[in-house]
Unconditional design. Sequence first.
Length: 659
Amino acid sequence: MASDVDLFADPSADTGSSYTARDIEVLEGLEPVRRRPGMYIGGTDERAYHHMAAEVLDNSMDEAVAGHASRIEIELSADGTLAIRDNGRGIPIDPHPRHPDTSALEVIMTTLHAGGKFSSKAYETSGGLHGVGISVVNALSDRLEVEVVRDRRLWRQTYSRGHPTSALEDKGPIQNRRGTLVRFHPDPEIFGEAARFRPARLYRMARSKAFLYRGVEIRWTCAPELLAGKDGPPETDSFHFPGGLADFLAVELEDARTVTPEPFSGVVKFADRPGSVEWAVAWTLDVEAGLSSFCNTVPTPQGGTHEQGLRAALAKGLKAYGALKNVKKAGIVQPDDVMGTVAGLISVFVREPEFQGQTKEKLATAEVARVVENAVRDHFDHWLSGHPAMADALLEWVIDRAEERTRRRAEKEVSRRTATRKLRLPGKLADCTAAERQGTEIFIVEGDSAGGSAKQARARANQAVLPLRGKILNVASAGAGKLDANRELSDLVQALGCGTGTKYREDDLRYDKVIIMTDADVDGAHIASLLMTFFYREMRSLIDQGHLYLAIPPLYRLSQGGRSFYARDEAHRDEIVAQEFKGSTKVEVSRFKGLGEMMPAQLRETTMDPKTRSLLRVTIPMAERMDTGELVEQLMGKKAERRFAYISENAAFVTDIDI
C-alpha cells in the first residue's frame, strides 16, 4: 500500500534558521540602480554608457516637442563630462507637496518614478522613462551638476552617485537665459576606467534628434583633443532641419538610384487623439534597405506597432491602386514585396506609449498600428493618384518582387515534391539580393558584433555576411560525429549550398568569392586557420577553383592634421609613419580591438570595398600538394608534440607575407 510522500521535501535539508527575515534586503533610494544597472539601462557596455546621454537629451527634446524649448546645446569636455542644456521651462525648484522640506528638483533627481510625465498636464507626449531616466543617470554618475533658470533666477545643486553633495543654491538673478542644464560624468566604478563617450556617436545622436523634430535647433561642441582625423565630427556644429525626416532621407540616400524620383513623405496629426506621425520612404535600387523608426524622438530599433501601421498602409494602398488600374497581378503583392527595398524612416508622437523593455527598443502600443495606418494610407492614396508615372513605376517594381518571391517558392515546392535537396539558409545570414552567382561574395566573420558592422558596411546587392560564434571546431582533431553536430559549421555549409566531401557540387555554390574576415590579431589568425582547415578537409574543390580568400583588415589607424592612413601591422605602421608623416612623433595612432569596433564606413573602405581593399587568395601550390595533407595534420592535428616540433624546426624561416 502506497504511503503519502512529500515530493518537495529533502530529508537532508536543514530546516533551521538558515534563511530568515534577516536575509531579506531592502534597497533604499537609488541603490537598486547601482546594484543592477542592467535593469534600467540594459547593461554597462558602450551602448548603455551612451544611453545615459540619450536619457538626458530626451528630457530636453520633450521640452522642445511640448513647445517650450527651441534650442538644445550639447558639450563634451576633455575629461569626458557631458553637458546638455535647453531653453525650456526649467525643472521646478519649489518644495514638493509630499516632501515639503525637499525641492521638486531633488525629488526628481533622487527618486525613481518621480517626474512630470505620468499625466498629460506637463507633457502631451514624451520620450522619457516616466521619471526613471534622469534619476538613473544621477545614480550612475560619480559627479552630476544641475542648473535651473526660472523666472530669471539661477539655481544650482550637485550630486554624486545618486546623493546630493550640496544644498539647492540660489545663485541670484540672471538675464537672457532660461531652462535646465545637466552636466554629468558616468561613474567609472560602474562602467570601468576605460569607458568614454565617443564624439562621433554623440554627434550622430544629436543630428538625428534634430531631424526628428523640425522645430528645434541643436548645437554641438566637443573638446578638440577628443577629435581625431578627418572622419571624426567637427569641433562645433549646429543642426536645424525644417524639412524633418524628408531632409534626413535626402542626406542618407545622396545620389543613390531610386524607383521613384521623389520619396513619399509627410507629417499628419492624428484625428482622434493627441499625437502625430511623420514618415519618409523611398524604394532603392542600390542602397541598403531598411526602416528606422522612432517614438517620441526615441529610437525603436526593434520596430513595433508604428512600423506595422506604415507597412499595412503602403501594401494596402499599392494593391488598391493596382486594382483601380485593372492590373491583375497586383493581387499577389504582399507587405514584404513592398517593404523589401524600402529605405525610410517613421516617427510617431503618442501619449503614454508602451514599450517592450526598460530601454524602449520596441513600441508595443496596439492602437498605434491603426492610427498610423489610417493617417498614412490617406496620404499615400493621394500621392499615388497625383503622380501616376511614379505610381506605375513603383507598382511594376513591386510586382516584379512579388513574382520573384512566388517563383522561388514554387521552385522550393518542386524541389520537395521531387525529393531533391531543400535549401535552408541559417538565420544569421544576411544574404545578398543578386540572383546570379557571378560577382557575389560572402564574408565569414567572427561574432555578432563584427557581423553587425559588416552588415552595415556591405554592398547589399552582391555581398552577404555570415557571423559565426567564436572559434569553430578544429576538424583536423575532431571526429565525424562532432563535425556533423556542430551548429556553426552546419550554418556555413547551408549558406554556401554546395555540399561537402564527395557531395561537393561546384554548380551549387551560391557565391563567387568566399572571404574569411577575422580580426587583425592572434585570435583572428587562429580562427582563420581553423576555417581554412575546414575548407581544405571538407571542400577542397572550393580552394582549387579559386573561390577562397582572406580579407586584410587594418590593425592601426594613423591620423595627423586631417590626414588618415590604415596599417595592417606594426611594420606597416612604422613604414607609414616614416613615409607619409616623415617620422613625426605627433601622429595619433589608434589600435582597433576588432572588426566590431570599426565604424561601418571604415570597414567598407579598408576591407570590403573592391575598389580600396586587398584580398589574399588561398591556394594549394601544385608542387606542394602531396605534402599539404601531412602539413595540415602536423599543425592542426591532435598531437601537440608534432606541432611543437614543426614550429621549433621552422620558426627561423618564417617571413612576412608580401601584400
